[in-house]
Write a protein that binds this ligand. Structure first.
Ligand SMILES: Nc1nc2c(ncn2[C@@H]2O[C@H](COP(=O)(O)OP(=O)(O)OP(=O)(O)O)[C@@H](O)[C@H]2O)c(=O)[nH]1
Ligand SMILES: [Mg+2]
Length: 420
């Protein structure tokens, strides 16, 4: 197959602490999209310019490089505005795209379920709507050679309208799926099952860990999905029930991975998938500790979690791939564990931490249980630590140490809660 040939452009802003790594990552993203990287041009600047994103001198340098390397396209490391694309394409007379296009393309390639496909299509449509002018220039060029005029304004307006209709239609279809998913989640909540969500940078080993936990916790090999050494292998949410030896259980959910400069249209489109994280009792933040940029990846994941509204959910930091390290580093995070999902190293330790976090006795509660509900009393006798019992006229009044699960289950009987 003929690879498209590209020149990468990056703006090295002082605020950007991991600029080199992000350019490397851009090369990787390009490769996944079957694009060969011929050359990289960077510019140190405080902020983008209004016209061309980079300075005018740089545009000249890029133009020369395009000729020298005979490139097919230019890829910017940041998301470009419609006017940047328009100006750059005019000045350079070559296709100009950005990191977002690459990520969207990869997501489109990987999407398997209907929901994921609709989500990616929606993100793409929203990204392309304001940029349709630039796009048309290439399309018409491909057909009839350099310099040919794009379609008239009328045609453009028509196509914009089509794209807008498509967005409305996609949103409707997605809403339907989201509703079903919400109902499923509500059901789960009613059954008061805990969920534990796997999150982390793409390729950090979330799906591999999911498999390791499934095989460690169950006696049979209930293998779940593929995991591959590729970016965004998982785009859909998968949930499995994990049953521990002590009869405790929880639902484990694998989700889409994050990346630096994750396009906001994608985050928006994947909201329903990401909502699974918001509902979790615990988040496992999986980190590829063998990646030399892992500390920055932690920050990026934390930013995305914050942007989707994660608050007050306990996080366990799971430093994965320690088999690739000579020495295990010291964690600066409190709730952390070093594992190798590939070699099943410390998976049991992680399970113990999850178990502890989920089932620890955290509340000292006073409850009044009406005599009609004495089954509640026997349930608590078996599953919580009853400190005192008093028989009153209107029911049994108890003081009990209780974990989150039983607190939620019997919240209607609670009179006083004292957090430990
Ligand atoms: N050496 C080593 N490799 C691992 C380990 N865990 C995962 N990998 C490899 O890392 C790559 C990515 O693993 P995945 O489990 O697909 O990662 P992911 O986080 O699910 O990735 P996305 O779904 O793309 O976000 C695969 O090639 C795995 O075999 C580990 O503990 N050690
Ligand atoms: Mg995965």
């Amino acid at each position: 197959m003929d690879l498209e040939k590209a020149i990468l452009i990056g703006l090295d802003k002082p605020s950007d602490k991991n600029f080199q790594e992000s350019m490397l990552e851009l090369s990787n993203l390009a490769l996944v999209c079957d694009v060969e990287v011929l050359h990289i041009i960077t510019q140190k600047r405080n902020k983008p310019t209004a016209n061309f994103y980079v300075g005018e001198g740089k545009v000249q340098e890029i133009k020369e490089a395009v000729d020298i390397f005979d490139a097919d396209l230019i890829i910017f490391n940041d998301e470009l505005s419609p006017s940047h694309i328009k100006n750059l394409e005019k000045a350079l007379d070559i296709k100009v795209i950005d990191r977002t296009v690459l990520i969207l393309d990869i997501f489109a390639k990987r999407a398997k379920t209907k929901e994921a496909m609709l989500q990616v299509e929606l993100a793409q449509a929203k990204y392309y709507l304001p940029r349709i002018v630039g796009m048309y220039k290439h399309l018409s060029k491909q057909k009839s050679g350099t310099g040919s005029k794009g379609p008239g304004e009328q045609q453009l307006e028509l196509d914009r309208r089509l794209l807008r209709n498509k967005i409305t239609h996609l949103k409707k279809e997605l809403n339907q799926i989201v509703k079903t998913r919400r109902i499923q989640r509500e059901k789960r909540k009613k059954n008061d099952v805990f969920t534990v969500a796997l999150t982390g940078y793409t390729n950090s080993g979330k799906s591999t860990l999911m498999n390791a936990i499934i095989t460690t916790a169950s006696n049979h090999n209930d293998y779940y999905a593929f995991n591959k050494n590729m970016l965004f292998a998982t785009l859909e949410t998968k949930t499995k029930k994990i049953h521990l030896d002590n009869n405790h259980d929880f639902l484990l959910t694998d989700t889409v991975g994050f990346i630096d400069r994750l396009p906001h249209h994608l985050i928006e489109a994947f909201k329903s998938t990401l909502e699974e994280i918001l509902e979790a009792s615990i988040i496992l933040h999986v980190i590829d500790v063998s990646n030399k940029n892992y500390e920055n990846q932690i920050l990026i994941v934390e930013q995305v979690l914050e942007s989707i509204g994660v608050k007050n959910i306990p996080i366990i930091y799971v430093y994965n791939k320690v088999d690739l390290l000579k020495e295990i580093p010291l964690s600066t995070k409190d709730n952390s564990v070093f594992i190798s999902a590939k070699d099943d190293y410390h998976i049991n330790q992680l399970l113990e931490m999850i178990d502890y976090e989920l089932y620890k006795t955290i509340n000292n509660v006073k409850m009044l249980i009406p005599f009609t509900d004495t089954n509640v009393y026997s349930d608590l006798k078996n599953n919580a630590n009853i400190l005192s019992t008093e028989y009153l006229n209107n029911g049994i009044y108890i003081e009990v140490e209780i974990n989150k699960k039983y607190l939620n289950k019997y919240i209607e009987y609670v009179e006083i809660i004292k957090e430990k």
